[in-house]
Write a protein that binds this ligand. Structure first.
Ligand code: GMT
Length: 376
């Protein structure tokens, strides 16, 4: 098949999933065309069967807000025609599915050509941004006009049907996935540990530091753990709430032991050294970073929010508490870290469960079958 993929190319779960799906499809012999405004962050320079088409928005003094959605639609239209694509797979509903609908209309009306538009719903396109009155109608329209839809969790499918009233949308749940060879604790040597001292436990958080991630709570949980267990907190990523986390660390007097590493594309070697992964998020449709941590043998402590409960098996691979229950999460973290045997059990179970339920090959195959079913 010839597949066009559009995603947000910057740091974030939906871009990571879209890119890794594209790479896996190319390895399986499909021709994959990424159509985005920037090279996706997890896409290496060259891979057989993989092409990258940059969307150029151009500049014109009249445009205070350059119309990216239209430039994307035009690029999609162009790439479909030039490369004879079968499918446009949009990750995140707006504006990607909207642009794909415009491209589809143009192709149909001008060239009598049909292109199948598949949209994968990832998270805040449904739970936050899409429900904002400025975007609700266009999100609903773009969902309903897609030829087929997937959601990354059961929770997100139900939430889409509830919030947009499209009970008949026929959304298929296809969970996110990991490459078990990449997220493997045994594969990497120590990089962080020598820097912090062998006896200290490493707690880790990876995200784009948006308010929804509650990075202040991450620091709060860590500060409570640090009172009892020698440890450090490693914060990977960057974003608007980094200052919140930094000031919380100062307020709680733990700033010397909270290390902000900034944006790092390849997180697997870091996760392989984590003793615990923290995700006390406000809302999470899936939690790809949590899955990557579990696959790397790091139990997860986080909130019982959205689709995270489909990823973390409570009491077996991690501990989940109500959103904002920093004391409960700290107690959960201490319960795991203070008992070596329990930690080892959970770490093994986490790596095993992630492989059993979310391995790349099985899930990529489901996407392939999904494409085939909707080509006809
Ligand atoms: O929807 C977002 O907030 C952005 C998106 C991203 O690009 O990081 O994250 C969502 O998609 C990920 C990949 O499917 C999921 O693992 C995240 O849970 C989800 N984020 C939220 O629901 C907050």
């Amino acid at each position: 098949m010839k597949i066009g993929i559009t995603c947000y190319p910057t740091y974030g779960g939906s871009g990571a999933v879209a890119t890794e799906l594209g790479i896996a499809l190319a390895e399986r012999g499909h021709e994959v065309h990424f159509i985005t405004y920037k090279q996706p962050f997890r896409l290496p320079q060259f891979l057989p069967n993989v092409y990258f088409h940059e969307v150029d928005v151009g500049r014109y003094p009249l445009f205070e807000y350059p119309p990216y959605d239209l430039a994307l639609a035009v690029r999609m239209h162009e790439v479909v025609r030039a490369h004879n694509l079968d499918i446009l797979h949009c990750h995140y509903a707006i504006p990607h599915a909207t642009s794909a609908w415009i491209a589809k209309e143009m192709l149909q009306r001008e060239h009598g050509r049909d292109i199948r538009v598949i949209t994968t719903l990832h998270g805040t396109d449904i739970t936050i941004v899409g429900q904002d009155p400025s975007f609700h109608a266009i999100t609903k329209f773009s969902i309903e006009r897609s030829d087929a839809l997937t959601a990354v969790s059961q929770y997100l499918r139900d939430e889409t049907q509830r919030a947009f009233g499209c009970a008949g949308c026929g959304i298929e749940v296809i969970h996110n996935f990991i490459d078990p060879e990449t997220y493997d604790r045994a594969r990497y040597g120590p990089a962080l540990r020598p820097q912090f001292g062998d006896g200290r436990r490493i707690l880790m958080h990876v995200s784009n530091f948006r308010p929804v991630k509650r990075v202040g709570d991450v620091v709060g949980i860590y500060a409570r753990v640090a009172r009892e267990i020698p440890s450090v907190l490693v914060m990977v990523g960057d974003g608007p709430d980094r200052v919140v986390a930094e000031s919380e660390a100062r307020r709680l007097g733990v700033e010397r032991d909270v290390h902000f590493l900034g944006k790092i594309d390849a997180v697997a070697p870091l996760l392989a050294e984590a003793d615990l992964f923290l995700l006390p998020t406000q809302s999470e449709s899936f939690g790809l970073s949590a899955l990557e941590a579990l696959a790397s043998g790091a139990p997860v402590v986080g909130s019982r929010a959205g689709g995270l409960v489909e990823v973390v098996t409570e009491g077996v691979t991690g501990v989940l508490c109500a959103v904002g229950d920093v004391d409960g999460m700290a107690a959960g973290a201490l319960g795991i870290l203070s008992d070596r045997e329990r930690w080892q059990h959970m770490s093994d179970a986490a790596a095993r469960d992630a492989r059993a339920r979310f391995s790349r090959d099985e899930i990529v195959e489901r996407y392939e079958q999904f494409y085939r079913a909707h080509l006809a």
